[in-house]
Design a protein around this ligand. Structure first.
Ligand code: MG
Length: 292
């Protein structure tokens, strides 16, 4: 199942992708099933029974389809309760920023106001200059998870999406204090996400997916999620011992090497288009613009 969140003239709803270019809106299926399907994706994710019904109707009933090109694609979740990002989770990336390989998971949070859709523009803040990209695989939590063991952690995953952890490098390290880390990652529009959520049953092994970031078509990051230091079950288990994970929470799993931080000419310039592609999920493509 692939869930796409979209808007038409400002009204947001979601639907289910049937091929690369068409989807069936939630309310069409609601009519066919004569069953209420919650408007809030976060409420659909833990409802396995309802999702099975939807899946069956997508396969068996002839439903009206809508072309993706006729709607605005929104981030898969517009108001998750949390966006948790794992730092330094690829060996080559930790090395390129001159950091030692962490022995324990390092994480930080981004507010939901950072989220934008897969083809929306990243807006350059007035107080930042060195805007950088970080292509990442994101996990979408499907069920409430508190103090879960690694061996059971994958049961709490609903699916996966593509994430760009946009960062203002000049603010991140400006005074050696942690203040900079949070500030540099929290600007509005600094989390392009999408283009949809692919449910976990469609991804055989989330630790074997190619991940590629291009800027204006030039390949900058080219890796595989097999290179993660801390794997998804350990990340979920670790985080669930600190905070309750809830349906719709987004966990970005870290970025591989190839960011602009150590190569100034690779930092994003106004007008640049950054694309993050992950095998079996799709690509997000966002342009850096300035409002000045
Ligand atoms: Mg990151």
């Amino acid at each position: 199942m692939k869930i796409v969140n979209y808007s038409v003239e400002g009204t947001v709803d979601y639907g289910f992708l049937v091929d690369k270019s068409e989807f069936v809106p939630r309310y069409f299926i609601e009519e066919v099933l004569r069953e209420k399907i919650p408007r809030d994706i976060k409420r659909l994710l833990p409802d396995t029974e309802l999702r099975e019904l939807i899946k069956a109707s997508l396969e068996s009933v002839k439903l009206e389809r809508v072309p993706l090109s006729s709607v605005h694609i929104e981030p898969p979740l517009k108001d998750p309760r949390k966006i948790i990002c794992i730092a330094l989770n690829y060996r080559d990336h930790a090395e390129e920023v001159g950091s030692k390989i962490p022995e324990e998971i390092v994480f930080f949070l981004k507010p939901p106001t950072t989220l934008i859709g897969p083809f929306d523009s990243i807006i350059k803040p007035g107080i930042a200059e060195k805007i950088d990209y970080e292509g990442e695989l994101a996990v979408i939590i499907g069920e409430r998870a508190k103090e879960v063991d690694s061996s059971e952690a994958m049961l709490y995953v609903f699916g996966y999406t593509v994430f760009n952890d946009v960062t203002a490098r000049d603010l991140q390290f400006r005074d050696g204090l942690w203040r900079g880390w949070t500030m540099s990652k929290c600007f509005d529009t600094f989390a392009p996400t999408g283009p949809w959520i692919v449910s976990a049953d469609e991804i055989e092994d989330p630790h074997n997916l190619r991940i590629i970031t291009r800027v204006n078509k030039d390949i900058r990051q080219n890796s595989n999620t097999s290179n993660m230091i801390f794997k998804i079950p350990d990340i979920i288990s670790y985080l669930s011992k600190i905070m309750t994970l809830e349906p719709g929470d987004i966990i970005a799993t870290g970025t591989p090497a190839g960011i602009g931080y150590t190569r100034e000419d690779w930092l994003l310039k106004e007008g640049d288009i950054v694309e993050v592609w992950i095998e079996k999920i799709g690509a997000i493509r966002n342009q850096l613009v300035s409002t000045k």
